[in-house]
Write a new protein. Sequence first.
Length: 365
Amino acid sequence: MKEIEIKENQLREYMKSHGYEGILLFRRDTFSWLTAGRISHIIRSTEFGMVALFITADQKYCIANQVEKYRMMEEEGLGGLDYELLEINWWEEDYIGCIRRRFGALKMGSDKPLPDADDIYEDLKKLRFSLLPKEIVRYRELSLICTNAVEQTCREILPGDTEQEVCANLAGKVMRFGIEASVALVASDRRIFKYRHPVDTDKKIDKYAMVVLCGRKYGLFANLTRFIHFGNPPEELIRKFELVRKIDAEVIVNTVVGRSIADIFKVITGEYEEAGYKDEWKLLHQGGPTGYATRDFLATPKHHEHVHNNQAFTWNPSITGTKSEDTILVSKNGFEVLTDSRNWPSVKIKAKNGMTVERPDLLIR
């Protein structure tokens, strides 16, 4: 069975079990998930596309205005996916009215809050937790390009470059492959120790730099962080990197199919305490499942969800001035680090369960 057919069957099974006669989809992530990586946006800074998809028990429709209809049906290929076009006026954008005129009153679910539909977005996210084989192929492609872009950017940084210049260089490297730099952070020196999410500024880089990317293509996100240091780094910084890599390694090997997020979080907090930084985890979220969002949700001590087969995760433990972050794919056979170029200094860490995990090192130039 083809990827799109599998997903449409999942959606319709959900509709049937919850008594919905139609599901209306506006969000970019749900659009890309359902259409096998196609895009619906014009504005990059919003999570909502310029069209809506409407799915019933036996039909599927693209609701689009005069501006977007041709690109959606032709270039994005919705016509070839057997979507019927329902046209609306751009000056009205009356999606609900369009549906009512065609179908009458229906019990509907939607991926965003609407007066005449239930907000089912949290349920829809669960349908995409387990990635299909073709999604994994696309994810590997995206992740390698993003990793190479981040690492090449790090190798090109020169003392005196501004954070903004480095960030522009990074964004250009991924945009040439059709990848959106949804999150691109570049920070240097003291700012890395002061701010956990440091947006790039006109500050010039001296000794130490952090480069972060959440790159998006096909609706999927590849997330990673790398660090460089010019000259020998302080012993304290080296020590912190050793500790944060160990935390990350233990979290990765404990991210196994069927395990609860709450149980994994106990591992996280326990590792921080063992490292001598008991409450450091409170200073930055620790990550969680990824895929069609930078994080589908943030892991917390009380989260009831569990790890699914073929689910992507990005953990990002941090000790002030350091962090360890990569995107992994978890399956019944173990884990795969998707954002691994095999071309960056790394350290092999033996976890408590005996497994060996390779984590990125600080690049010294």
